[in-house]
Design a protein around this ligand. Structure first.
Ligand code: NZQ
Ligand code: ZN
Length: 385
């Protein structure tokens, strides 16, 4: 097991009808920048709940943060926040609104000439950030309890992540009832994103980390068990509550303590979103099985563990079990309506040359063995069917 430190200061307020608690969670004197997306919170009543909880506060609103939040949009919110001298950011929405708001919270006090530096430096240039709180409406990214944000620059077609402890939310409200208005695509995307987050931290090298592995398997098994109830679209509180908590725990820095991580699927997927406009989880469902096939030997121990402990595959050699883990994962994704092939989007491996070229320009050596370079990526795309 690798050495590690563990510190996560985010206060989680979880459960039914918890949005009114905003009143106690935000300083009474704070001037709040309320950030949200394209309007879903106005249709499903969440906006109304937030506004009524914050009745007596001074509020400045910034709506229109799009899926895969754009730098160009967030810059406008930063200008507004500076002009209005806000001192708290409240993000209400899915991962995109939360991520954009982390960038906004860091950008308002940023002193450098070019705010994109926050992203280019991976967050290292952030010296301070406004306090941030969130009301999560879409379980998927874990952004509500982590330091990360992924921002897209439209002008250069880049999508990059940054992270800094200064961007931990002070609190996040997780009311599973907010998920009732999600459509089947958004639910499926959230399940797959969560599954792949667990995988990027589990399906790597076996460093003899049994507790972390059992945590991860617990999230996998819970997700698999609740998926049918979540996907039937009914207002089933218990399955939505478990889904929301799985998504948070999958990427809040607990299951990856001391383990070897991968994240190559995410790196490749972010580029595919930029070039092809696919949703984040859609890219992951195509790429991860192909990365697993390409890395079959290196990942055999953990993939066989996944087959045995999660999918219940008891027979066969280690290699056969590893192959079974890939097959079962693909079947699971397909069972919730998630395509796993480039073909499903009318794309071919040749279309992905743009991503391969970018990997070459950036000198990629990604994956837990640093063995995925542009050449390897070309082979991986050939396995994306
Ligand atoms: O914009 P609105 O109108 O709110 O609509 C959103 C959006 O169109 C809608 N939505 C959200 N909550 C809803 C709802 N519709 C109805 N009812 C609700 N309760 O859903 C659509 C998608 O929302 P988005 O926030 O884009 O989805 P998600 O939460 O999957 O976030 C994806 C973004 O997060 C990044 C991804 O790269 C992508 O940019 N990630 C962030 C991570 C992190 N911060 O740690 C890690 C992840 O791996 C990921 O990379
Ligand atoms: Zn993800």
């Amino acid at each position: 097991m690798h050495n590690f430190t563990f510190h996560n200061p985010v206060k989680i307020v979880f459960g039914k009808d918890t949005i009114p608690q905003l009143n106690q969670l935000i300083d009474k004197k704070a001037k709040v920048l309320l950030t949200y997306g394209g309007g879903s919170i106005k249709k499903n009543g969440i906006y109304k709940q937030v506004k009524s909880a914050l009745k007596k506060r001074k509020i400045v609103e910034f709506g229109g943060i799009e899926p895969n939040p754009a730098y160009e949009t967030c810059i406008k919110a930063i200008e507004l926040g500076r002009k209005e001298k806000v001192d708290f950011v409240l993000a209400v929405g899915g991962g995109s609104v939360l991520d954009g708001s982390k960038f906004i919270a860091a950008g308002i006090p940023f002193r450098g000439k070019d705010t994109w530096q926050i992203v280019c430096t991976g967050g290292a240039s952030v010296k301070s950030a406004l306090p941030l709180g969130t009301v999560l409406t879409l379980p998927a990214t874990g952004s509500e309890m982590n330091t990360f944000a992924v921002i897209s620059k439209l002008s250069t077609k880049e999508k990059l992540a940054f992270g800094t402890p200064l961007c931990y939310p002070q609190f996040s409200i997780l009311d599973p009832q907010t998920t009732y208005s999600l459509d089947k695509k958004q639910l499926r995307n959230g399940i797959v994103d969560t599954f792949v987050h667990v995988s990027e931290q589990y399906a790597t090298k076996d460093l003899n980390t049994p507790l972390q592995d059992r945590f991860a398997e617990g999230i996998y098994k819970t997700l698999i068990n609740i998926a049918p109830a979540v996907m039937n679209g009914k207002k089933d509180y218990d399955s939505r509550a478990s889904f929301m908590w799985c998504a948070t725990l999958a990427l809040n820095g607990l299951i990856n303590r001391g383990v070897q991580e991968d994240w190559s699927t995410h790196c490749i997927g972010h580029e595919m979103t930029e070039f092809f406009g696919l949703a984040h989880a859609e890219t992951l469902a195509i790429v991860m099985p192909a990365v697993w096939k390409y890395e079959l030997k290196n990942k055999a121990d953990k993939l066989a563990m996944l087959a045995e402990n999660v999918w219940g595959v008891k027979k066969g050699t280690k290699q056969q079990k590893a192959v079974a883990a890939i097959d079962r994962t693909i079947k699971f994704f397909n069972s919730i309506g998630m395509p796993t092939s480039l073909k499903d989007y009318n794309l071919t491996p040749a279309d992905c040359d743009m991503v391969v070229n970018r990997a070459a320009q950036r000198g990629w050596k990604i994956g837990e063995n640093s063995d995925i370079n542009a050449k390897a990526l070309e082979k991986i795309f050939k396995l994306c069917f």
